[in-house]
Design a binder for this molecule. Structure first.
Ligand code: 13P
Ligand code: SF4
Length: 303
């Protein structure tokens, strides 16, 4: 039996649902029940009322958020090594120090963060709603981490003071994009539209026609009348873009922009994970309860 058939058989036996991030390998996206960005996956995990098992083809923080928001479900991460590097850039101890330094300043945490850190925060955000979340807060100054570029983007869009914590948190994949590469591609492909993720540097964001989360980039490309696009985010998204728009051309702004953590999920690992129901993500109750407050507040503020 083909591995995809084995996965599908187990999936129905176990009442499981497979959620995959837009950066996953093409074959993982194809077998998933749903493919989306961080906020969509988080909403979807909750909406899957009949699912007993949620197999999260993504990275650690996404599966953790699903486990925090759905304590009654078994959330599985196929490969425990699928760790987003940015998450590790803000420890809970560091966060507590920042809070002591700015006692009355709300803490907005990008979901790409530790569950313990979320538990110390006032509200979470994703790249899709960071501007909306900070806008909605009754404060002119916020602490924001761990991504410095997203913090800067939010400051530009809201006009508020956004203090990046730590000062230099970054995504190792998105810092690889260079405005010079984008300019060269624009010269080569005249008329092409450029869409990038807010984790990119200011220079790169300023050289783009559109800045948004991975799914916002997909929606932008789907709605646009342009025929060619240069994409400044992890290359896994190209599969979805091409599948949804076979008549359009999608080029990576930099072909080496690969998130290794996302690529650790293979069909074999997905199958083994579902078969053996591992690795279940379990967040200690005290942390989960406090992290849930910050995640729920994000959902409440953004609808
Ligand atoms: P999205 O929420 O836009 O999918 O981004 C998640 C991420 O990790 C980007 O690098
Ligand atoms: Fe984390 Fe960057 Fe990978 Fe996104 S692309 S999961 S921010 S390491």
């Amino acid at each position: 039996m083909a591995i995809s058939d084995k996965i599908n058989k187990l999936k129905s036996e176990k009442q499981a649902v497979i959620l995959a991030h837009n950066y996953q390998r093409p074959e993982i996206q194809d077998i998933a029940d749903y493919v989306g960005d961080s906020i969509e996956l988080s909403r979807r995990a909750k909406a899957e009322k009949d699912a007993e098992v949620v197999l999260f083809a993504a990275v650690d923080f996404m599966a953790e958020s699903a486990a925090v928001l759905n304590p009654e479900k078994k959330v599985l991460l196929p490969c425990v090594g699928s760790k987003c590097s940015m998450v590790q850039m803000l420890t809970t101890e560091q966060l507590r120090l920042w809070k002591r330094r700015y006692p009355k300043t709300p803490v907005v945490l990008y979901v790409n963060s530790l569950a313990e850190a979320k538990a110390e925060s006032d509200v979470c955000c994703t790249s899709a709603n960071a501007v909306q979340v900070v806008d909605a807060l009754d404060a002119e100054r916020v602490l924001f981490g761990p991504d410095r570029n997203l913090a800067e983007y939010v400051a530009e869009k809201t006009g508020k003071e956004v203090i990046p914590i730590p000062p230099q948190g970054f995504c190792p994949t998105h810092i690889l994009f260079m405005k010079e590469d984008i300019e060269a591609q624009r010269r080569e492909h005249s008329g092409a539209k450029v869409a990038v993720h807010p984790e990119c540097s200011k220079d790169v964001r300023n050289s783009a026609d559109f800045v948004g989360s991975t799914s916002q980039i997909c929606r932008y490309a789907n709605a646009s009348t342009a025929k060619k696009f240069i994409i400044g985010t992890e290359v896994g998204i190209l599969h979805k873009l091409r599948k949804e728009n076979p008549q359009k051309v999608f080029l990576p702004a930099y072909g080496g922009a690969i998130c290794n953590a996302m690529k650790l999920t293979t069909m074999e690992r997905l199958y083994q994970s579902l078969k053996e129901e591992r690795t279940q993500i379990i967040i200690p109750k005290g942390i989960a309860n406090r992290a849930r407050r910050a995640l729920t507040r994000m959902h409440d503020l953004t609808g």
